[in-house]
Ligand binder design. Structure first.
Ligand code: FER
Length: 311
């Protein structure tokens, strides 16, 4: 399964799925690889050191949680184009509209961000957030919400092609902050029937998208009151830079959900944020599961996170 899911990413790293899930660190011999890919390999190879509060909070999502279920109402996934003053192009996102979406109601919105080898289709390929939400909404466990799946690489060519670790592409993940805040969110709020305030906006993401979630979420607490960072990548700013004012976080954020697998060498970046929040008395959820850097941890944590937000 990982072969199809993660292929660009694995190819760029010359890594095997077994390596990424922590099963073997042997012979990940790269071809001519970029400095970024070499650094990523080194990061994934970091030894995982757990402390006593690095614990599992949530069990694995139940069997079938991301499958299409018969006999319930289904939402739809629609393409959405918006003009970006950051890239100078028209950019594309995917948008999940919950079952029976109606302009007579107003909905909260989750902005859900992908990883380094991904794009606006990645979550839909990996974890089927549309099915996760349909199923949770049918069971009354999640609030009906809109989920926006953008391309988090703000470049005219935002495809996950070529060297996905190039400095230009890395910069594009940072530049997406402006695109998101100034272009995408206003366009979404113009087109769809949404509750346009921080209490009804969430940001979450996997890996690079988890790092973006931390970087953008803590910098814009008047925009997002809910955040979920799953297996955050090293694009995460250092904790003291991320959270210069812990008291403001306490006052403004409704939920900070952080997860990572205990077989993922990137866990040190999430541990840093968790420990900083802990040491400053900032409430948050820290879920260490038994996964590596893989779609199973992302789907399962999305399942838990979406039941907590907008409540
Ligand atoms: C790195 C290791 C992993 C890195 C990025 C990643 C920017 C991202 C992984 C992902 O998005 O899945 O050193 O550097």
């Amino acid at each position: 399964m990982m072969k199809t899911l993660h292929s660009a990413f694995l190819a760029a790293l010359a890594l095997t799925p077994a390596f990424l899930s922590g099963q073997s660190a042997s012979n990940p011999e790269p071809d001519a690889a970029s400095a970024g890919a070499a650094e990523a390999r080194a990061n994934f190879a970091r030894a995982v050191v757990l402390e006593k509060d690095d614990l599992r909070l949530y069990s694995e999502a139940p069997t079938g949680y991301r499958d299409v279920r018969a006999g319930i109402a289904h939402g739809t996934v629609v393409p959405f184009d918006y003009v970006s003053t950051v890239t100078g192009t028209t950019r594309n996102a995917n948008v999940y509209l919950p079952p029976d979406y109606s302009a007579d109601k107003k909905y909260p919105v989750l902005y859900l961000l992908h990883g380094i080898g991904g794009d606006q289709w990645e979550w839909l390929r990996f974890d089927h957030p549309e099915n996760i939400l349909d199923n949770l909404i049918a069971d009354g466990k999640a609030a009906p919400m809109i989920v926006v799946l953008p391309n988090g690489r703000a470049l005219p060519d935002d495809s996950a092609s070529g060297n996905i670790f190039s400095p230009e592409k890395m910069q594009a993940f940072a530049d997406f902050e402006k695109d998101l805040l100034e272009c995408l969110i206003p366009a979404i709020e113009k087109k769809f029937s949404v509750q346009a305030d921080a209490a009804h906006r969430a940001i979450a993401g996997l890996s690079m998208g988890g790092g973006q979630t931390f970087n953008f979420g803590f910098a814009h607490m008047d925009t997002f009151a809910w955040m979920g960072a799953f297996s955050a990548a090293p694009n995460t700013k250092p904790p003291a830079e991320l959270i210069p004012d812990p008291e403001a976080v306490k006052a403004k954020m409704k939920l900070i959900y952080i997860s990572c697998g205990d077989k993922d060498g990137l866990i040190v970046f999430s541990q840093g944020v968790h420990r900083y929040l802990r040491d400053h008395g900032v409430p948050h959820l820290w879920n260490v599961d038994n996964h590596g850097h893989d779609p199973e941890t992302w789907g399962s944590n999305l399942y838990h996170f979406t039941q907590l937000i907008f409540k």
